[in-house]
Each structure stands twice: as C-alpha cells, then as structure tokens.
Design a protein around this ligand. Structure first.
Ligand SMILES: [Zn+2]
Ligand SMILES: [Zn+2]
Length: 157
C-alpha cells in the first residue's frame, strides 16, 4: 500500500458501504447492498463534476425507515436485493446542475430536490425526471427528453 495515497473505498474508488447504510438502529449490523451499476454511474458523475466528492445523503433504507421518513413504499432505496438509489449532494454545485450532469451520463432517473438530488437506476416507469418544489412533486413523462426544459417549465422561466 502506498501510504501517500488516499485509501480506496470498499464499494469503488470513491465510495464506502458505510455511506450507504440505512441510518436506523435496526440496520447497524445489516449488510449494505448497493447496485454496482449505480456505483459506476456515481463514479462517472464525480468525474463529470470535476472530481468533486459526492456526498451520500441517503442510500439503503429498510422498509420501516423508508416509511418513517415518508418515502415511496416501493422506493428504489430499499434493497431488493440491491439498493438502486442514492440522494446526493456536492459542495458548491446546485442540485439542478448535478441533475444535468447526471442526465448527460444517462441511464439514471433524476429527482431534483431543494438541497439534494435523488438518483436511481430503476427502469423509467412512468417518469424519468421529477422535481420537488414546495412539497409538490412534479414528474415528467418518459417521453419528456430534456431535464432542463422540464425544470424551466416548473420554475416558470
Ligand atoms: Zn433500517
Ligand atoms: Zn431518494
């Protein structure tokens, strides 16, 4: 091991299982399961954003924890068998700009929140993009091809 190098994550170069663990007490010793495809996309996103660290706000969620925070019952955060979602943020980059970078990478469903972005690798049915705004979720139909266009419509720009 090269002592001068930052150690690698245990999921990939930059990601650790501990970052994806369900935060509830019951899951403290539970195995963390994250889709390899999602991790690959997150590594690509990191490069796309200039190699800035991606902070994982929420990765795996057990059904109980997911329900307790008002998540969708069928959330991609719930491992089945792998967790397929991550809520992320990047210091100094606005959620919409993270979303647009994720759109460029492709193969991701993208939800734009006020302070974070939800990303998952589930098949896009029925929506591929959504935007959380003042407690309302706006979702775009699968045939809506542009996140930016959708965002501008919601924001009234
Ligand atoms: Zn849990
Ligand atoms: Zn999420």
């Amino acid at each position: 091991m090269d002592g001068n190098k930052k150690s690698l994550g245990d999921l990939s170069t930059n990601f650790w299982k501990s970052e994806f663990r369900c935060p509830c007490k019951k899951c403290r010793r539970k195995k963390v399961r994250v889709s390899q495809l999602l991790i690959f996309k997150l590594e690509m996103l990191r490069i796309e954003l200039g190699n800035k660290p991606i902070i994982i706000n929420s990765g795996n969620r057990c059904p109980e924890y997911n329900a307790s925070i008002g998540g969708y019952p069928n959330s991609a955060h719930i491992p089945n068998p792998d967790g397929e979602a991550a809520d992320v943020k990047v210091k100094g980059i606005k959620p919409i700009d993270i979303g647009l970078a994720a759109e460029k990478i492709g193969g991701l469903r993208i939800g734009i929140g006020k302070t974070y972005v939800h990303l998952d690798v589930r098949k896009p049915s029925p929506s591929r993009f959504w935007i959380y705004e003042n407690n309302i979720i706006y979702s775009a139909k699968i045939e809506n091809e542009s996140l930016l266009k959708f965002y501008q419509i919601i924001k009234g720009k």
